[in-house]
Design a protein around this ligand. Structure first.
Ligand code: FES
Length: 219
């Protein structure tokens, strides 16, 4: 039922009743008040129980908006929050320097030098790694990472993620370019410049020849 129509009808009824009783003077003013009150009450009750025009919620388009927004954003590969390599470690430098082609070239190069599986090495060689801060030189197999080798000696070496995703375990190869001395099974943190200067992530660094390692050193 239309609420406005009922309201107008009720008001009209009250007005007609009021005029009729006033001018005809058939009943006393008290009776007029009672009748008017009755009519108003009736209108109020009718209005209260009328269904009105109803309300339909508008369609929720928030999910569509989010999906459309997501389609306009490039894919990213962010590491963990609070990570030094937020923004991709060495990757941003590649994007800034040469756009998509440089990034692709770098990623191909990275695949060649990073991400190998040490467990797949057959007949691993052993190399002599000097830890000057510990005053010792130990033998480390090429399928054993530097952090683990040090811990096996009972040394308390720094680390956090143990997955090449932070900088907590980083060390410095005193002999030069880290690319020449180790391979990372995973490196989401150090860029090429930093590795060129001898830095490595001991938790994922596997020796490819003998060298001197300064632990707890970061770029
Ligand atoms: S402990 Fe995080 S990179 Fe080695």
């Amino acid at each position: 039922m239309n609420r406005d129509a009922i309201l107008v009808g009720g008001a009209l009824l009250v007005w007609v009743a009021f005029v009729t009783f006033w001018f005809s003077n058939i009943v006393e003013l008290t009776s007029l008040g009672v009748v008017t009150g009755f009519l108003l009450t009736t209108v109020t009750v009718v209005l209260h129980y009328s269904e009105g025009t109803g309300w339909e919620p508008t369609e929720d388009i928030s999910q569509d908006v989010l999906e459309k927004r997501a389609e306009t954003l490039p894919e990213t590969d962010f590491p963990e929050p609070m990570n030094r390599s937020i923004g991709g470690g060495g990757a941003p430098a590649a994007v800034g320097a040469g756009g998509a082609e440089a990034e692709l070239a770098d990623s191909e190069e990275e695949e060649e030098t990073e991400g190998f599986d040490p467990a797949a090495i057959e007949d691993p060689e052993t190399y002599e790694i000097e830890f000057p801060k510990k005053g010792e030189t130990i033998e480390v197999a090429e399928d054993e990472n530097l952090l683990k080798a040090g811990e096996d000696e009972g040394w308390d070496l720094p680390y956090a993620c143990r997955e090449g995703q932070c900088l907590s375990c980083s060390g410095h190869i005193a002999d030069g370019d880290a690319h020449e001395y180790i391979k990372h099974s995973n490196n989401d943190t150090l860029n090429d410049d930093e590795m060129d200067k001898g830095y490595c992530l001991t938790c994922t660094a596997y020796p490819t020849q003998s060298f001197t390692l300064e632990t707890d050193e970061s770029p």
